[in-house]
Design a protein around this ligand. Sequence first.
Ligand code: ADP
Length: 264
Amino acid sequence: KAELQLQYQITKFGQGDRLLVARDITRLMRLEHTRQDFVANASHELRTPLTVIRGYLETFLDQELPKPLQRALGQMQQQAQRMESLVTDLLLLSRLEASHHISDEHPILIHPLIRQIHQDAEALASGRGHRFVLDIDPEYDLLGQRNELQSAFSNLVFNAVRYTPDNGIITLRWWTDALGGHFAVTDNGIGIEPMHIPRLTERFYRIDESRSSASGGTGLGLAIVKHVLVRHDAHLDIHSTRGKGSTFTCHFPPDMVVPVRDAE
Ligand code: ADP
């Protein structure tokens, strides 16, 4: 039995009068669910053929082949890898969209998590001369879903690596105060024009299509970050200056922060 879903809007006018508008969004929500199901199923189904294609390409690339053929196969392997990342991100995003709250929360041991992300980022940035600075409050931990937060934080750190020219400085900070816990990634990279900032967390929103897809991202990173944070009652703040750099900060409410003693 379909439930009626209504959206209400109250508008004030005149001398304290109010106008209440109720909009029937049942059909809209049904369509949205169909879209989410479709994306989840399509990405799931695309995984198997992609794994087979990648497997064959790896076997061929291990053999002695004429140069042009080797180059073509190398390109195919790169594109298959890109497609696999896209499918993985699409699947993750559709899972995140399917429910609005995390079902279980545990202390995520934020210090080892940030150290792990730092190591992965060093590998991604290898040979580019970036310097990483870690500034982590060792006394407090964060409650949440480890895998989801790992995806969100990695996306922010990997973006900092991608959108910062060689020899940049990337800072990872975790601190707490009366407002809660905060994880921030700062880079001194290319920065972002103010007009783009409100739309950055939309799926596939990219400022410069050619540069962004060449950077190896899927265009879904910040959409994933946003959904993970919403599910943790947290939010993302973006400050950036074109040509100078950016800071992406995740703000978590106080009840998601616990002393490390309790976390162990
Ligand atoms: P992508 O896979 O393209 O990186 P994201 O959703 O992670 O997708 O980011 C969306 C866009 O935001 C990027 O294409 C890029 O233009 C911009 N962006 C994200 N992080 C940064 C950053 N640290 N510095 C400059 N631009 C950024």
